[in-house]
Write a protein that binds this ligand. Structure first.
Ligand SMILES: Cc1ncc(COP(=O)(O)O)c(C=O)c1O
Length: 396
């Protein structure tokens, strides 16, 4: 026996309905057990080629620079900002939740002068506010918006923002960590210059990869930089020498091969389902969940008309113990949901229906479990109201 105590590894099976990760398809799980290959193995390079073309389909783009960064969604955020912002550059950043705040922090660490576009947590950043900010401030280099604010459940409109960015000569950067693969997002048609996401949400792959896409206009800006990019690991020009075959691939970092396999399968599953059908599936189950929660007398937090299908924020009723409900969902039903983040801590629950987790079974399961546990906390609701409304929504 080793001197150090340890336990046999036996993680429980969970229904992952939090803000991410989501559950993975068995094919994705299985892919991780495939034989390990070196990061320049000829077969492995073909896996990388597939990943890039499948990602272009998912992002709806023809951008050459479209690949996953070997790190979580936050790395996509850092890469998106540190490559395109130099000290002294002006960045306009929408802040209507926790991840907007993080964009501000990262942009400031890049030395940028940040102009915040604050909106209430639970509301969108209005196009008028973006337009006013552009008019007041000359020489904005980059506008950054969170498409799906995971802390509030809000879906940010992007088309008008993109027009404004173009009109004022700024790049548009979009955080699509909780929307890519679950909501409509058309990089080329919508004129988005830089966009990143995470592998663990609507793509339903384990966490650890951050797909990013960058158009030619943004790459041209990169070439005009006067100062070197502070990060070696996230320098997109260096990463491109590993990912993009022109002139032969060169080592940049040791790629996490098993994660790439999983990502390949997760992207292949999206192509097989069809992007349109997948987005419709997220809309269908998101609507059913929201109908069920409202029928239970609960209040949805996000602004009507701008709610995510992939993640729903619901206010915790007075007198109900936030932590106890989430703990009992986990212990009695093996269901994970998320608590509130930042200023919404203790005020909302966050229920994700992303990727493989977005299913009819999960909608009905979480509504019925929640109803029973809320009743035990003394919250009054008509028995079966939530499931009944969800079933009606699914039928319609
Ligand atoms: C909108 C948004 N941006 C960025 C991130 C950061 O991603 P990660 O936790 O994978 O680093 C998250 C994570 O939940 C997110 O929801």
């Amino acid at each position: 026996m080793p001197a150090v105590p340890y336990q046999e590894l036996k993680p429980p099976q969970r229904v992952l309905l939090g803000p991410g990760p989501s559950n993975v398809h068995p094919r994705v799980q299985q892919a991780m057990a495939a034989p390990l290959l070196g990061h320049l193995d000829p077969y492995f390079l073909t896996v990388m080629d597939d990943i890039m073309s499948l990602l272009r389909y998912l992002f709806q783009t023809s951008n050459q620079l479209t690949f996953p960064i070997s790190a979580t969604g936050s790395a996509g955020m850092e890469a998106g900002l540190c490559n395109f912002l130099e000290p002294g550059d002006v960045a306009l950043i929408g802040v209507n939740g926790y991840f907007g705040e993080r964009l501000v922090t990262v942009a400031q660490r890049c030395g940028a002068e940040v102009i915040r576009l604050d909106a209430e947590w639970g509301h969108i950043v209005e196009a008028e506010a973006i337009e006013d900010a552009f008019k007041k401030q000359r020489k904005v280099k980059l506008l950054a918006l969170v498409h799906a604010e995971t802390s509030t459940g809000v879906l940010q409109p992007l088309i008008e923002a993109s027009r404004l960015a173009r009109q004022h000569g700024a790049l548009l950067l979009v955080d699509a960590v909780t929307s890519l693969g679950g909501h409509e997002l058309a990089i080329d048609d919508w004129g988005i210059d830089i966009c990143y996401s995470g592998s663990q949400k609507c793509i339903s792959c384990p966490p650890g990869l951050s797909p990013i896409t960058v158009n030619q206009k943004a790459m041209d800006t990169l070439k005009k930089r006067t100062s070197p990019i502070a990060s070696f690991y996230l320098d997109l020009s260096l990463l491109a020498k590993y990912w993009i075959a022109e002139g032969g691939r060169v080592y940049h970092h040791t790629a996490p091969a098993c994660l790439f396999y999983a990502f390949h399968e997760a992207l292949a599953l999206i192509a097989e389902e069809g992007l349109k059908a997948r987005i419709q599936r997220h809309a269908r189950y998101g609507a059913a969940l929201q109908a069920g929660l409202e029928a239970m007398g609960l209040t949805l937090h996000a602004q009507p008309g701008h709610r995510l299908n992939t993640l729903t924020t619901v206010r915790i009723p007075d007198g109900v113990d936030d932590a106890r409900i989430r703990q009992r969902l986990l212990s009695d039903y093996s269901i994970e949901i998320g608590g509130g983040l930042g200023t919404l801590k203790g005020k909302v629950w966050r229920i994700g229906l992303m990727g493989y987790s977005s299913s009819e079974q999960n909608v009905l399961l979480v509504l019925s479990a929640l109803e029973k546990l809320l009743a035990e906390e003394g919250y009054r609701t008509k028995t079966g109201a939530g499931v009944g409304a969800a079933v009606r929504s699914l039928r319609s």
